[in-house]
Design a protein around this ligand. Sequence first.
Ligand SMILES: [Zn+2]
Length: 184
Amino acid sequence: MEELEYDDFTEQLKKINEKIEELENTDRLQEYLQLQKQASALQKNIYKSCKHILVYSKIEYACPEGRIYRWCGCIKCGLDNRVLDLEQYCLSSEQEAMLDYLQKYSFSGIHTGYACELTLAQSIYSKIKQAYPNIDDATAIKYFKNALDNIRNNKVNEGRQFSRVKRLSLNSNFKHLKVRYSSN
Ligand SMILES: [Zn+2]
């Protein structure tokens, strides 16, 4: 009985592999793979040409040695060196492009000195850029810091916080809005 089941499984797997092989040879799939390659190359060009504006995307305090580890992310292009700490087998294609880029090139830019959840930082920056498309980096950083200070300092009720999250196009379960990060 066991042998039969085993044979069934191997037979099914063989059929599925044949179908996968057929699909691999279709123009549509080749086009998909080609486009993915192009997207990845473009993504790396974006990282390379971006004049990064950085926030601390993560700060970790290691006890008992008291060492502080800091990771940085760019509020413009989203390049984030936390990717260096992720398991390489479970990276998205965007994260793979990040990792590949970071392994080849240095990651530097103007640092805001602020620590902020990167998704939130990117949303704030994109709103600023939307309102002032020709804004220079120094002014954008000033506006960014003001916006973040306002979000953190203003005590808002749940309803207003929800609408703020909606305005920033974030998931409504977003938890980091009121978290105060230290940048020391
Ligand atoms: Zn950037």
